[in-house]
Design a protein around this ligand. Structure first.
Ligand code: HEM
Length: 403
């Protein structure tokens, strides 16, 4: 089969992955911008198979992607900026376990649970301001975006007036239409900013996780290097807001499109089911980059050679009729919770899942609690979406707050 071009103009990445799954099968060759060849796994079975063999058959370390280093792929290929950092998502085995263990020590379930009152407070403040905005407001700008940014930045001590820059750099880095220059500038500025930020936190400690990491480093000098600290912040600040920003808005779109589901969620306080169903069928993480086979592998009958990059199509897995039935596309909170892969699987399973679930539940229950008649101010088909291989959500979402 000839490689299929990605992205497809005018089509969201989630739609492309689903279409490729249905038309071309569970493992398809793709061509990414810059004429870079890769593979895409599109079904629940193949996504699950690849993730389950992370660290054994597959590596996350870009050193195992020869085309990146042998001159095949140009040095300014924009995707390099997200796959070549030195963080959890580019490590395997013992290296990965060591770093994850260090972060987990700071990011304990107790610390996350203790965030609940503060997340509620930030949510309520945003909703108060939303109510003053008028009857039609852009929910992305005024709610789904500022909430996760405030939560993760507050947790790590990023000052309020600096937070929006992180959002802007993230937008450029995750977009699949950024030019090489834009991607390189955003990457350089973000790393420069984080270096300066850590320096300031060192000089002026606070009650935040960055200070916690600095203390851990000082107490036990050889364990966490300066470079590792920088990349921890890079990953956590990006992954910790981008995903949740889009999942809140995707879920609002789904609920507004089906008022009967919304009514059940409100009446039965079924927000946990809403969140799980959104992670399955409307996930903000549509594809994850990359896995590199460390030997030739057979996936659903297709041979993929060692070192050929595989993109993991989470949105294809979540809506796969072979796994979730003929109505897999339908957002239905009455489904039995049944092993979605929305937070990934295996060693790289989302480190922020408890925080994301907590934020999602508070955001949605509070939003619809305050504005029970909230509806979209445009049709579902008119909602504009981000262009990215990794994450997807509305760029703006005008809503009518009160019917
Ligand atoms: C709805 C929100 C979220 C979704 C859908 C999501 C999804 C994911 C997925 C699918 C992965 C696995 C990536 C892979 O296997 O390549 C992942 C990893 C990760 N996520 Fe999340 N995430 C969310 C929120 C968060 C938050 C709030 C944080 C904050 C700390 C976070 C931090 C991370 C980190 C650090 C990793 C890398 C873990 C590792 O490699 O060991 N995520 N996330």
């Amino acid at each position: 089969m000839d490689p299929l071009q990605m992205p497809v103009p005018g089509e969201r990445t989630s739609e492309t992955i689903r279409r490729f799954r249905d038309e071309s099968g569970p493992v398809v060759p793709i061509e990414l911008p810059g004429k870079v060849n890769a593979w895409l796994v599109t079904s629940y079975e193949t996504v699950n198979e690849v993730l389950t063999n992370d660290g054994t058959l597959y590596s996350k370390n870009p050193l195992n992607f020869p085309a990146l280093h042998d001159g095949t792929i140009p040095p300014d290929w924009p995707i390099r900026q997200v796959i070549q950092g030195d963080h959890l998502l580019t490590k395997d085995g013992a290296d990965h376990r060591r770093l994850r263990g260090l972060i987990n020590r700071a990011f304990t379930p107790a610390r996350v649970a203790a965030m609940a009152p503060r997340i509620q407070e930030i949510t309520d403040e945003l909703l108060d301001r939303l109510a003053d905005e008028g009857d039609v407001v852009d929910l992305v700008r005024h709610f789904s975006e500022p909430l996760p940014i405030a939560v993760i930045c507050e947790l790590f001590g990023v000052p309020e007036d600096e937070r929006y820059r992180i959002r802007e750099w993230t937008n450029v880095l995750l977009s699949n239409v950024s030019t090489p220059e834009e991607a390189a500038t955003a990457a350089g500025e973000l790393l420069g900013y984080l270096g300066g930020f850590i320096g300031r936190r060192r000089a002026e400690p606070g009650d935040d996780l960055t200070t916690g990491l600095i203390r851990a480093q000082e107490d036990d000098g050889d364990r966490l290097s300066d470079e590792e600290m920088l990349w921890i912040l890079w990953l956590v600040l990006i992954a910790g807001h981008e995903t949740t920003v889009h999942l809140i808005a995707n879920t609002v779109v789904a609920l507004c499109a089906d008022p009967a589901q919304l009514a059940v969620a409100q009446k039965e306080n079924a927000w946990d089911q809403v969140v799980e169903e959104a992670l399955r069928s409307r996930n903000s993480v549509v594809g994850v980059l990359f896995r590199y086979p460390i030997e030739d592998v057979r996936v659903a009958g297709t041979t993929i050679q060692a070192g050929e990059p595989i993109m993991v199509g989470l949105s294809g897995a979540g809506t796969d009729p072979a796994r979730f039935g003929g109505d897999a596309e339908r957002f239905d909170i009455s489904r039995e919770p049944d092993g979605h892969l929305g937070f990934g699987r295996g060693p790289h399973f989302c480190l922020g899942a408890p925080l994301a679930r907590l934020e999602m539940r508070i955001a949605l229950s509070s939003l619809f609690g305050r504005f029970p008649g909230l509806r979209l101010a445009l049709t579902e088909g008119q909602v504009p979406y981000t262009s990215s291989f990794i994450t997807e959500g509305p760029t703006e979402l005008p809503v009518v707050l009160r019917s």
